[in-house]
Write a protein that binds this ligand. Structure first.
Ligand code: KG4
Ligand code: ZN
Length: 329
Protein backbone atom coordinates (compact mmCIF):
# COMPACT_ATOMS: atom_id res chain seq x y z
CA UNK A 1 0.00 0.00 0.00
CA UNK A 2 1.35 3.40 -0.90
CA UNK A 3 -0.78 5.39 1.53
CA UNK A 4 -3.85 7.44 0.69
CA UNK A 5 -1.95 10.55 -0.40
CA UNK A 6 -3.74 12.74 -2.87
CA UNK A 7 -0.51 14.02 -4.33
CA UNK A 8 1.39 10.81 -4.91
CA UNK A 9 -0.11 10.36 -8.33
CA UNK A 10 0.62 13.66 -9.97
CA UNK A 11 1.90 17.19 -9.64
CA UNK A 12 0.06 19.15 -7.01
CA UNK A 13 1.16 22.35 -5.37
CA UNK A 14 1.31 21.82 -1.63
CA UNK A 15 1.97 24.60 0.86
CA UNK A 16 3.72 23.08 3.89
CA UNK A 17 4.02 24.65 7.35
CA UNK A 18 6.28 23.56 10.22
CA UNK A 19 6.32 25.12 13.70
CA UNK A 20 6.95 22.17 16.03
CA UNK A 21 10.02 23.59 17.79
CA UNK A 22 12.10 26.70 17.17
CA UNK A 23 12.00 26.98 13.39
CA UNK A 24 9.15 28.79 11.70
CA UNK A 25 9.07 27.28 8.23
CA UNK A 26 6.94 27.35 5.09
CA UNK A 27 7.56 25.71 1.73
CA UNK A 28 5.95 25.08 -1.63
CA UNK A 29 6.40 21.63 -3.10
CA UNK A 30 5.16 20.71 -6.56
CA UNK A 31 4.98 16.97 -7.17
CA UNK A 32 8.18 16.36 -5.19
CA UNK A 33 10.02 19.41 -6.57
CA UNK A 34 10.88 22.12 -4.06
CA UNK A 35 9.57 25.45 -5.36
CA UNK A 36 10.53 27.38 -2.20
CA UNK A 37 11.77 26.46 1.26
CA UNK A 38 11.85 29.25 3.84
CA UNK A 39 13.12 28.66 7.37
CA UNK A 40 13.23 31.40 10.01
CA UNK A 41 15.31 29.99 12.85
CA UNK A 42 14.71 31.33 16.34
CA UNK A 43 17.99 29.82 17.58
CA UNK A 44 19.50 33.22 18.43
CA UNK A 45 16.47 34.07 20.51
CA UNK A 46 16.81 30.91 22.61
CA UNK A 47 20.64 30.83 22.72
CA UNK A 48 20.94 32.89 25.87
CA UNK A 49 18.71 30.41 27.70
CA UNK A 50 20.82 27.46 26.44
CA UNK A 51 17.77 25.75 24.93
CA UNK A 52 14.30 26.33 23.54
CA UNK A 53 11.89 28.16 25.85
CA UNK A 54 8.43 26.93 24.77
CA UNK A 55 6.47 30.09 25.51
CA UNK A 56 9.07 32.28 23.80
CA UNK A 57 8.94 29.95 20.78
CA UNK A 58 5.14 30.15 20.48
CA UNK A 59 5.16 33.93 20.58
CA UNK A 60 7.89 34.16 17.97
CA UNK A 61 6.05 31.70 15.69
CA UNK A 62 3.03 34.00 15.90
CA UNK A 63 5.11 36.94 14.69
CA UNK A 64 6.90 35.01 11.95
CA UNK A 65 4.30 32.68 10.52
CA UNK A 66 2.59 35.11 8.11
CA UNK A 67 5.80 36.75 6.75
CA UNK A 68 7.38 33.31 6.28
CA UNK A 69 4.32 32.03 4.37
CA UNK A 70 4.34 35.15 2.20
CA UNK A 71 7.99 34.64 1.39
CA UNK A 72 7.41 30.97 0.54
CA UNK A 73 4.54 31.90 -1.81
CA UNK A 74 6.79 34.37 -3.62
CA UNK A 75 5.27 35.24 -6.99
CA UNK A 76 2.49 32.73 -6.53
CA UNK A 77 -0.72 33.23 -4.62
CA UNK A 78 -2.91 31.00 -2.51
CA UNK A 79 -5.06 30.57 -5.63
CA UNK A 80 -2.33 28.36 -7.06
CA UNK A 81 -2.14 26.11 -4.00
CA UNK A 82 -3.98 22.76 -4.10
CA UNK A 83 -3.58 21.69 -0.46
CA UNK A 84 -2.15 22.92 2.84
CA UNK A 85 0.06 20.57 4.88
CA UNK A 86 1.06 21.16 8.48
CA UNK A 87 2.95 19.44 11.29
CA UNK A 88 0.36 18.20 13.78
CA UNK A 89 2.88 16.68 16.23
CA UNK A 90 5.01 15.65 17.98
CA UNK A 91 6.53 18.84 19.33
CA UNK A 92 5.86 21.76 21.66
CA UNK A 93 2.10 22.12 21.91
CA UNK A 94 1.99 25.92 21.93
CA UNK A 95 4.37 26.07 18.97
CA UNK A 96 2.45 23.43 16.99
CA UNK A 97 -0.85 25.22 17.59
CA UNK A 98 0.42 28.35 15.84
CA UNK A 99 1.17 26.42 12.64
CA UNK A 100 -1.94 24.28 12.87
CA UNK A 101 -4.21 27.30 13.40
CA UNK A 102 -2.58 29.18 10.52
CA UNK A 103 -2.98 26.14 8.26
CA UNK A 104 -6.64 25.69 9.19
CA UNK A 105 -7.35 29.37 8.55
CA UNK A 106 -5.63 29.35 5.13
CA UNK A 107 -7.24 26.09 4.03
CA UNK A 108 -10.68 27.01 5.32
CA UNK A 109 -10.54 30.46 3.73
CA UNK A 110 -9.81 28.93 0.32
CA UNK A 111 -11.89 25.76 0.64
CA UNK A 112 -8.73 23.67 0.37
CA UNK A 113 -8.00 20.26 1.85
CA UNK A 114 -5.69 20.12 4.85
CA UNK A 115 -3.10 17.39 5.38
CA UNK A 116 -1.91 16.88 8.97
CA UNK A 117 1.63 15.47 9.04
CA UNK A 118 3.58 13.60 11.71
CA UNK A 119 6.88 15.45 12.13
CA UNK A 120 8.83 12.16 12.14
CA UNK A 121 7.21 11.12 8.87
CA UNK A 122 8.30 14.55 7.63
CA UNK A 123 11.96 13.86 8.44
CA UNK A 124 11.76 10.51 6.61
CA UNK A 125 10.03 12.19 3.66
CA UNK A 126 12.94 14.63 3.31
CA UNK A 127 14.40 11.71 1.33
CA UNK A 128 11.53 11.70 -1.20
CA UNK A 129 12.22 15.15 -2.63
CA UNK A 130 13.71 15.74 -6.05
CA UNK A 131 16.29 15.72 -7.59
CA UNK A 132 17.46 12.44 -6.07
CA UNK A 133 14.57 10.76 -4.24
CA UNK A 134 15.10 7.51 -2.34
CA UNK A 135 12.59 4.74 -2.99
CA UNK A 136 11.32 2.61 -0.07
CA UNK A 137 11.84 0.06 1.35
CA UNK A 138 14.82 1.14 3.48
CA UNK A 139 16.05 1.31 7.05
CA UNK A 140 16.25 4.82 8.46
CA UNK A 141 18.09 6.36 11.40
CA UNK A 142 16.18 9.45 12.49
CA UNK A 143 18.34 11.51 14.85
CA UNK A 144 17.32 15.01 15.86
CA UNK A 145 17.12 17.27 18.89
CA UNK A 146 13.89 15.69 20.06
CA UNK A 147 14.11 12.11 18.74
CA UNK A 148 16.44 9.23 18.04
CA UNK A 149 14.80 6.29 16.33
CA UNK A 150 15.59 3.45 14.02
CA UNK A 151 12.68 2.93 11.68
CA UNK A 152 11.75 0.49 9.03
CA UNK A 153 10.21 2.25 6.01
CA UNK A 154 8.11 -0.18 3.93
CA UNK A 155 6.53 2.48 1.67
CA UNK A 156 6.24 6.26 1.27
CA UNK A 157 3.31 6.57 3.66
CA UNK A 158 4.41 4.50 6.64
CA UNK A 159 7.22 3.67 9.04
CA UNK A 160 7.62 1.16 11.87
CA UNK A 161 9.76 1.77 14.95
CA UNK A 162 12.57 -0.75 15.56
CA UNK A 163 14.34 1.09 18.35
CA UNK A 164 14.33 4.39 20.17
CA UNK A 165 16.30 6.28 22.80
CA UNK A 166 15.55 5.38 26.39
CA UNK A 167 16.59 8.83 27.62
CA UNK A 168 18.17 11.73 25.71
CA UNK A 169 17.96 12.16 21.94
CA UNK A 170 21.29 12.26 20.08
CA UNK A 171 20.85 15.94 19.20
CA UNK A 172 19.97 16.69 22.81
CA UNK A 173 23.23 14.97 23.85
CA UNK A 174 25.09 17.24 21.40
CA UNK A 175 23.28 20.31 22.73
CA UNK A 176 23.84 19.45 26.40
CA UNK A 177 27.47 18.51 25.70
CA UNK A 178 28.03 21.83 23.96
CA UNK A 179 26.63 23.62 26.98
CA UNK A 180 29.06 21.77 29.29
CA UNK A 181 31.89 22.82 26.98
CA UNK A 182 30.77 26.43 27.05
CA UNK A 183 29.74 26.45 23.37
CA UNK A 184 26.61 28.07 21.93
CA UNK A 185 23.14 26.72 21.19
CA UNK A 186 22.24 24.69 19.13
CA UNK A 187 25.33 22.73 20.02
CA UNK A 188 25.53 20.04 17.35
CA UNK A 189 26.96 22.23 14.62
CA UNK A 190 29.36 23.90 17.12
CA UNK A 191 30.73 20.55 18.33
CA UNK A 192 30.97 19.35 14.72
CA UNK A 193 33.11 22.39 13.88
CA UNK A 194 35.33 22.26 16.96
CA UNK A 195 35.80 18.48 16.75
CA UNK A 196 37.73 18.93 13.49
CA UNK A 197 40.55 20.54 15.49
CA UNK A 198 40.63 17.90 18.23
CA UNK A 199 41.79 14.33 18.83
CA UNK A 200 38.82 11.94 18.94
CA UNK A 201 40.87 9.44 20.92
CA UNK A 202 42.04 11.85 23.61
CA UNK A 203 39.22 10.89 25.97
CA UNK A 204 37.33 7.65 26.37
CA UNK A 205 33.60 8.34 26.55
CA UNK A 206 31.85 4.98 26.35
CA UNK A 207 28.17 4.95 25.40
CA UNK A 208 26.00 2.54 27.37
CA UNK A 209 24.85 -0.48 25.36
CA UNK A 210 21.22 -1.21 26.04
CA UNK A 211 19.36 -4.32 24.87
CA UNK A 212 17.64 -4.60 21.51
CA UNK A 213 17.94 -1.76 19.04
CA UNK A 214 17.45 1.05 21.54
CA UNK A 215 19.85 3.88 22.41
CA UNK A 216 20.93 5.62 25.60
CA UNK A 217 22.86 8.89 25.67
CA UNK A 218 22.47 10.11 29.26
CA UNK A 219 25.61 8.27 30.48
CA UNK A 220 27.95 9.78 27.92
CA UNK A 221 26.74 13.23 28.87
CA UNK A 222 27.53 12.51 32.55
CA UNK A 223 30.98 11.22 31.56
CA UNK A 224 31.63 14.52 29.78
CA UNK A 225 30.43 16.43 32.85
CA UNK A 226 32.98 14.62 35.04
CA UNK A 227 35.78 15.17 32.52
CA UNK A 228 34.98 18.89 32.41
CA UNK A 229 34.95 19.07 36.22
CA UNK A 230 38.26 17.22 36.48
CA UNK A 231 39.91 19.58 34.01
CA UNK A 232 38.83 22.68 35.87
CA UNK A 233 40.74 25.64 34.50
CA UNK A 234 42.48 23.52 31.86
CA UNK A 235 39.15 23.10 30.06
CA UNK A 236 39.83 25.66 27.38
CA UNK A 237 43.05 24.00 26.24
CA UNK A 238 41.29 20.64 25.91
CA UNK A 239 37.97 21.87 24.51
CA UNK A 240 38.59 20.60 20.97
CA UNK A 241 39.79 17.18 22.20
CA UNK A 242 36.70 16.88 24.40
CA UNK A 243 34.42 17.86 21.51
CA UNK A 244 36.10 15.38 19.16
CA UNK A 245 36.00 12.50 21.68
CA UNK A 246 32.42 13.21 22.68
CA UNK A 247 31.26 13.39 19.07
CA UNK A 248 33.14 10.17 18.28
CA UNK A 249 31.29 8.35 21.10
CA UNK A 250 27.83 9.51 19.95
CA UNK A 251 28.52 8.85 16.27
CA UNK A 252 29.95 5.39 16.94
CA UNK A 253 26.87 4.45 19.00
CA UNK A 254 24.57 5.59 16.19
CA UNK A 255 26.57 3.80 13.51
CA UNK A 256 26.85 0.55 15.46
CA UNK A 257 23.12 0.33 16.14
CA UNK A 258 22.19 1.26 12.59
CA UNK A 259 24.42 -1.48 11.18
CA UNK A 260 23.02 -3.99 13.70
CA UNK A 261 19.50 -3.06 12.63
CA UNK A 262 20.42 -3.44 8.96
CA UNK A 263 21.81 -6.88 9.67
CA UNK A 264 18.76 -7.96 11.65
CA UNK A 265 16.23 -6.71 9.14
CA UNK A 266 18.22 -7.58 6.05
CA UNK A 267 17.72 -4.02 4.80
CA UNK A 268 19.46 -3.38 1.54
CA UNK A 269 19.34 0.38 1.82
CA UNK A 270 20.08 2.65 4.78
CA UNK A 271 19.26 6.32 5.23
CA UNK A 272 19.89 8.89 7.91
CA UNK A 273 17.69 11.95 8.52
CA UNK A 274 17.07 14.68 11.13
CA UNK A 275 19.29 17.46 12.44
CA UNK A 276 22.08 15.11 13.54
CA UNK A 277 22.26 13.74 9.97
CA UNK A 278 23.98 17.06 9.22
CA UNK A 279 26.94 15.90 11.32
CA UNK A 280 30.03 15.54 9.15
CA UNK A 281 31.54 12.65 11.13
CA UNK A 282 28.27 10.69 11.05
CA UNK A 283 27.95 11.19 7.29
CA UNK A 284 31.55 10.04 6.79
CA UNK A 285 31.19 7.08 9.19
CA UNK A 286 28.09 5.77 7.40
CA UNK A 287 29.05 6.20 3.75
CA UNK A 288 26.56 3.54 2.68
CA UNK A 289 23.66 5.61 4.06
CA UNK A 290 21.72 8.07 1.98
CA UNK A 291 21.40 11.45 3.72
CA UNK A 292 19.38 14.47 2.59
CA UNK A 293 21.14 17.73 1.68
CA UNK A 294 22.12 19.67 4.83
CA UNK A 295 19.26 22.18 4.54
CA UNK A 296 16.74 19.32 4.62
CA UNK A 297 18.27 17.60 7.69
CA UNK A 298 17.25 20.24 10.23
CA UNK A 299 13.60 21.22 10.58
CA UNK A 300 12.00 22.62 7.44
CA UNK A 301 8.59 22.67 5.77
CA UNK A 302 9.59 21.11 2.44
CA UNK A 303 9.83 17.76 4.21
CA UNK A 304 6.35 18.30 5.67
CA UNK A 305 4.88 19.02 2.23
CA UNK A 306 6.76 15.98 0.93
CA UNK A 307 5.24 13.68 3.58
CA UNK A 308 1.82 15.18 2.85
CA UNK A 309 1.94 13.67 -0.64
CA UNK A 310 1.60 10.28 1.01
CA UNK A 311 -0.70 11.13 3.93
CA UNK A 312 -4.45 11.50 4.17
CA UNK A 313 -5.97 14.79 3.06
CA UNK A 314 -9.01 16.00 4.98
CA UNK A 315 -11.72 17.98 3.18
CA UNK A 316 -13.22 21.10 4.75
CA UNK A 317 -14.70 21.39 7.33
CA UNK A 318 -13.44 18.06 8.76
CA UNK A 319 -10.10 19.44 9.85
CA UNK A 320 -11.36 22.33 11.93
CA UNK A 321 -11.56 20.09 15.01
CA UNK A 322 -7.99 18.74 14.63
CA UNK A 323 -5.77 19.08 17.68
CA UNK A 324 -1.98 19.10 17.96
CA UNK A 325 -0.21 16.31 19.88
CA UNK A 326 2.98 16.59 21.93
CA UNK A 327 4.43 13.09 22.12
CA UNK A 328 5.78 10.86 19.43
CA UNK A 329 4.60 7.35 20.00
O1 KG4 B 1 15.70 17.99 13.21
P1 KG4 B 1 16.02 19.17 14.06
O2 KG4 B 1 16.20 20.50 13.37
O3 KG4 B 1 14.94 19.41 15.15
C1 KG4 B 1 14.24 18.42 15.83
O4 KG4 B 1 13.28 17.85 15.25
O5 KG4 B 1 14.64 18.17 16.99
O6 KG4 B 1 17.33 18.81 14.88
C2 KG4 B 1 18.00 19.74 15.66
C3 KG4 B 1 19.15 19.03 16.34
C4 KG4 B 1 19.84 19.86 17.42
O7 KG4 B 1 19.97 19.08 18.58
C5 KG4 B 1 21.19 20.17 16.81
O8 KG4 B 1 22.21 20.31 17.77
C6 KG4 B 1 21.41 18.97 15.93
O9 KG4 B 1 20.16 18.69 15.37
N1 KG4 B 1 22.40 19.25 14.86
C7 KG4 B 1 23.58 18.63 14.78
C8 KG4 B 1 24.26 19.21 13.67
N2 KG4 B 1 23.45 20.16 13.12
C9 KG4 B 1 22.31 20.16 13.87
N3 KG4 B 1 24.12 17.65 15.52
C10 KG4 B 1 25.36 17.23 15.20
N4 KG4 B 1 26.08 17.75 14.17
C11 KG4 B 1 25.58 18.73 13.38
N5 KG4 B 1 26.29 19.23 12.37
ZN1 ZN C 1 12.73 17.70 13.56
Amino acid sequence: MEGPGLGAGGPLLILGLETSCDETAAALVDGGEIVSNVVASQADLHARFGGVVPEVASRRHLELVVPVIREALGERSLDDVDAVAVTQGPGLIGALLVGLSAAKALAWGRGLPLIPVNHLHGHVASLYLEPDPLEPPFLCLLASGGHTLLVDVPNHGAFGVLGTTLDDAAGEAFDKGARLLGLGYPGGAEIDRLAREGDPEAFDFPVARVPGLDFSFSGVKTALLYAVRDLGRDLEARQADLAASYQRAIVQALVRRTREAAERTGAERIAVVGGVAANSELRAALPEAKAPPLALCTDNAAMIASAARYAEAIAPPGYLALDAYASAL
